[in-house]
Design a protein around this ligand. Sequence first.
Ligand SMILES: Cc1cc2nc3c(=O)[nH]c(=O)nc-3n(C[C@H](O)[C@H](O)[C@H](O)COP(=O)(O)OP(=O)(O)OC[C@H]3O[C@@H](n4cnc5c(N)ncnc54)[C@H](O)[C@@H]3O)c2cc1C
Length: 445
Amino acid sequence: MADLDALVVGAGLSGLACARALKRAGARVMVLEAQSRVGGRTLSEPVGAATFDLGGQWVGPKQPRALALLREVGATTFRTFDEGRKVLEVRGRTSTYTGTIPSVAPWKLLELHRALRTLERHTARVPLGRGHATPDAARLDDHTVQAFAEAHVHSRTVRALLGAAARVVFGAELREIGLLWFLHYLRAGGGLLSLTSIEGGAQELRVVEGTQSMSLGLTRGLDVQLGEPVRQIAQDASGVRVVSDLGAYRARFVVLAVPPPLVARIAFDPALPAERDQLYQRFPMGATVKCLATYAEPFWRRKGLSGEVVCPDGPATVVFDNTSADGREPALLAFVVGDAARTWHLRPPALRRREILSAFARWLGKEALEPRLYVEKNWSEEPFVRGCPTGNLGPGVLSQLGDGLRAPIGRLHFAGTETAREWTGYLEGAIEAGERAAQEIEERL
Ligand SMILES: Cc1cc2nc3c(=O)[nH]c(=O)nc-3n(C[C@H](O)[C@H](O)[C@H](O)COP(=O)(O)OP(=O)(O)OC[C@H]3O[C@@H](n4cnc5c(N)ncnc54)[C@H](O)[C@@H]3O)c2cc1C
């Protein structure tokens, strides 16, 4: 049989968007997926009477590819509920506030605004998708986000707030995130407020059918083989040989659309260039556990509360009202991230459940102790994802090795949200990266 034009490894949103674009361009393309389902870091499951997203769930108004794909697959978006007062708990002290930024003392607020302005100034100097080409890249990359926060923010409360925002966005602690990677990521998504806001930001819209509907829709007309983890890839001048657990295939080009640490678990012949392997050795996935509780009624709304909580001390760092669009499944959603996700998850399930529900009760009312259903999803347990929402670079990596984020290696091309120029780490970025990799191959066919 003639070689395929392209073989795509990974049936997440990025791999499928890539395969669809290649197919539309007339290429013979196949997708190999390790798991028994498509969608990767999206997983939409029925919980009670509604479908809930246990992985990526929000899209924003500035994400045209994701919105267009949702329309195309016939999915319906609805606005994230955020009416009412929000709760802030810092070092055991609880207060409520309205608006985007918590009500803290005026001098602390000033410091927060000053830190955000400094970040905006640095972010504006990052070329889109090319953090390593930022003027002064090496100097910025000497620092972690933690070091930046310590240098620019003296108030412990403000530092805690910035920390909570960054930890949830990256699934990582501030000491783990390189400042240059942070700025590269902020630039891709329009800044820290764009990444952390509901109104006008990355959390504005949810999807009735769940975001996995995007990947399920994309599979129509595509040749997608499930349950086929790719283990070996060998390339020479004539093409590429790909070996999975179930078979061997030949293609002119291969697209790797898997999380960066998973790329390095494949055996390459010839071996990956040293600098690319060094990059993957330094690309750990974030750690995030999603905890969802459904209730007979949205009792917090009755009290004028939006359901949104920020608690930098965790284990639940942020909470959202996650009620279904039709209101039939009132729900709260908590994110356990970074250190907390790695250690907290070792506790017995009953203890974890009690801890999350007691925190909900402390902030929103004792009714929280009696959910209809409680569901947790720890993404670090997924053998072919190993963490989320994204892979992150520590200090010193992007400036030295960032050239290799998406550069092809011979006949190998690279997709996946971490390689995106726009909305790195997000669903939008996954689509953008997949379509960009398809374009690269189209130019070579
Ligand atoms: C809890 C959580 C919350 C998130 N929240 C949001 C959000 O609200 N909004 C947003 O925009 N984004 C969010 N994200 C991020 C978003 O889900 C991801 O950016 C996006 O899904 C990544 O798509 P991808 O195709 O690049 O990678 P993936 O979805 O990881 O797809 C990679 C695929 O490759 C497969 N694979 C891996 N190794 C192999 C192999 N050797 N052989 C074959 N197949 C392999 C995997 O099984 C997987 O299916 C969240 C993610 C999580 C998990």
